[in-house]
Design a protein around this ligand. Structure first.
Ligand code: SDX
Length: 424
């Protein structure tokens, strides 16, 4: 086994090295503090592996993303359905015909919410952000579906099946329309779109262009190894917390504008540029000034130092969807200008800042008529199977321990207590 040598205060220590199936090298510091009395410090965990995982592989330098060994390009262009990818992430293999039919049957026959859970929506204001509703409702599923003997698999299916219903109901609540129930003969994306846009007063046909595009979006968002929200799910799950509590925590982490909330922030940024006259260079220059407080949302990535492979596919899709609709979106032209301007600017080139998954995804949701406030919920629906797969892996890894990082204390050293009456 390869080792790494560390010299600390004149003493040499050998640390074991772990090599992954794709050749990634990790220095195992599990015994570091015991051997040296020192810990490591890594702001934002940019250099720290929290686990070994067999679910998703990313090569940030080459712009590679694979789920259980399959390139996402192959999954998307191979006509995979989101339900198949969810199965792949959770069970490690693509389902065969029989497994696919059984899996889809399960996912459709658990789509309804308990009728009493509908009452929860009466307490939310119509202005409630749908991510707040999603987080609250996912956590509340644990009040109806307890953990227990042989309950884990059915609770996983319940969560996957009901999340799209919760998301659609949160939209209906925000526009004061009646909830539309799922139909079991529809695919996952079609069922969601119908629950979002159908009304009880007339028939509704799901647009196949949107069904196909949404299927692709869900697949592209399905997992992304140890991103902020997946790490949150693993951390909460490592304490033994139930599935619903762990995933609700992941929803909260995803909501942030630096993470999944970026898809909403991208559209708001493009609208700001449009309202300002469309001068993309002005905004690129602003993004380069630290004190401007402005960042190009949808640009940059902790891991990808090359094109985000998901963004490449989505850029193609948004053009196709608008063309098939015979529609134009001025924000797409602004986005392409912005990308061009940034990718030819030394500031972005030096920092290897490329457009990420959030840069074009919102333009496709917009073309479908999904409101901006729902964009991060759409990200969460896609990411759900990945979060659950990460949670399962954390819980089933032999010897897995509760996540409890250390710190370097920089506060006041010991001082004498002064009773209130004697404080100046
Ligand atoms: C997602 O982790 C995942 O896998 C996430 C995700 C997933 O599928 O789960 O891929 C989904 O969250 C994509 C990222 C969405 N967020 C955004 O688009 C928000 C804008 N991007 C940034 O805030 C930033 O790029 C991050 C948060 C994505 C990454 O942050 P890092 O890795 O901590 O990088 P950093 O902030 O240290 O930036 C490095 C440098 C800095 O400049 P210097 O200090 O070197 O001078 O690049 C600059 C930053 O100021 N920079 C940007 C920038 N992003 C980084 N400058 C302008 N605009 C930007 N968008």
């Amino acid at each position: 086994m390869k080792t790494a040598k560390l010299v600390l205060e004149g003493k040499e220590h050998e640390l074991p090295v772990v090599v992954g199936s794709e050749g990634e090298v990790g220095i195992d510091i599990a015994k570091l503090r015991q051997a040296t009395g020192a810990i490591t410090l890594d702001d934002g965990y940019g250099n720290t592996g929290s686990c070994k995982s067999a679910i998703t592989f990313i090569d940030g330098e080459k712009g590679i993303l694979r789920y259980r060994g399959y390139d996402i390009d192959d999954l998307v262009r191979g006509g995979c359905r989101f339900s198949e990818v969810a199965y792949l992430l959770l069970y490690g293999e693509l389902p065969n015909q029989r497994e696919t039919e059984a899996w889809r049957y399960q996912l459709t026959h658990h789509s309804l919410l308990h009728e009493d859970m509908k009452k929860f929506f009466e307490g939310f204001p119509s202005s409630a952000h749908p991510m707040a509703i999603l987080s609250a409702m996912v956590a509340s599923l644990s009040t109806y579906y307890l953990e227990g003997e042989n309950q884990e698999e059915v609770n996983i299916i319940r969560l996957l099946a009901k999340a799209k219903t919760i998301a659609a109901f949160s939209y209906k609540k925000s526009i004061g329309q009646p909830f539309v129930y799922p139909l079991n003969h529809l695919s996952y994306p079609a069922n969601f779109l119908r629950m979002m846009f159908a009304v009880p007063t007339e028939p509704y046909e799901v647009n196949p262009i949107f069904e196909k595009a949404l299927n692709q979006l869900l697949i592209l968002h399905a997992d992304h190894e140890q991103n902020c929200s997946a790490s949150t799910v693993r951390m909460v799950g490592s304490s033994g917390a139930n599935l619903f509590a762990s995933i609700a925590a992941g929803v909260g982490a995803l909501w942030g504008p630096l993470h999944g909330g970026a898809n909403q922030a991208v559209i708001e940024m493009l609208e700001q540029i449009q309202a300002d006259g469309g001068n993309t260079k002005k905004f690129v220059d602003m993004a380069k000034k630290k004190d401007s407080g402005f960042r190009l949302m949808g640009f940059g990535h902790r891991v990808y130092k090359n094109h985000d492979p998901r963004c490449r596919i989505l850029k193609e899709t948004v053009g196709k969807v608008l063309e098939q609709l015979g529609a134009k979106d001025p924000l797409l032209d602004i986005a392409k200008d912005l990308e061009q301007a940034a990718l030819s600017d030394p500031y972005f080139i030096e920092r290897k800042l490329y457009p990420n998954v959030d840069f074009y995804s919102g333009l496709i949701y917009r073309a479908m008529g999904i409101p901006t406030s729902m964009f991060t919920v759409m990200f969460a629906l896609g990411r759900l199977p990945g979060w659950i797969a990460q949670w399962k892996e954390e819980r089933t890894t032999a010897g897995a321990r509760i996540h409890r990082p250390r710190q370097i204390y920089t506060g006041r050293t010991q001082r004498k207590f002064v009773p209130l009456a004697e404080r100046p």
